[in-house]
Write a protein that binds this ligand. Sequence first.
Ligand SMILES: Nc1ncnc2c1ncn2[C@@H]1O[C@H](COP(=O)(O)OP(=O)(O)OP(=O)(O)O)[C@@H](O)[C@H]1O
Ligand SMILES: [Mg+2]
Length: 264
Amino acid sequence: MNMERIPSGIPGLDELIEGGIPRGFMVALVGEPGTGKTAMSIQFISKGLLEGDKAIYVTTEESRESIISQSKRFGVDLKPYIDDGKLVVIDALMGEYGDLWSLKELDVDELISIIIEAKKYLGPGHARLVIDSMSAFWLEKPVMARKYSYQVKRVLSKWGFTILATSQYAVTTQLGFGFGIEHVADGVIRLRKSVVKGVLKRFLVIEKMRQTNHDQHVFEVEIVDGLGVRIAGPVKASRWDLALPPDVVARIIESGFDKLEYEG
Ligand SMILES: Nc1ncnc2c1ncn2[C@@H]1O[C@H](COP(=O)(O)OP(=O)(O)OP(=O)(O)O)[C@@H](O)[C@H]1O
Ligand SMILES: [Mg+2]
């Protein structure tokens, strides 16, 4: 039996994953700063709201107001959905006392219970949940990454969510702040960035999507004003491919590396 898939809201992505994200999945969106994780999260939530889903957005890196104004830049105003009781934005950054939907501490148990409260407030049925970022919850204790990810998935799977959880990547070491969400998540979408010929480029690869014959290519992604992230073409050749002995790399470059259609 075919599983139900929900549209991601990111132009060009659904075609790479058999039509959309399997309903009920927890997908990890991992990447360095500025690669488009928050942009894609906003698009995922906006698409759900347009399709009649309820939605919850947990923000740890930016305030609720920042998420609302960013969404406007991508062509969607989230404010009316909040006012209509369709969307809850849980602010874990400001920790404002007296605000019903704010998280006082970056504590996983508190996170889970406020999400459940928000779901009860929104009412029954399928809902989209973004946790942006999950890695904020284990920043000071990276060894907990897997345990916390598992806890979130196990508890919230009973509440009818499809989850997109972002995780940050250390720029210097290329290591996640605690490896673990990648194992627990049903899908992993990785974002990267690189300067190519003096211009900042961003890339995406589907590293994992359970029960899905997903695309294996690295794609360039663009962040477009008024729209958000969209998938551009596949990358034909990448600097990442050249993790080879230096003499081999030298020969490849001599033989015309510049003529390759793309370098990431
Ligand atoms: N309106 C816009 N038009 C075009 N590009 C934009 C626009 N708004 C943001 N961007 C680009 O998107 C980038 C931010 O992307 P985003 O906030 O989604 O990254 P992120 O992966 O969430 O980063 P972090 O890990 O720091 O939270 C900006 O640095 C800018 O390059
Ligand atoms: Mg972000």
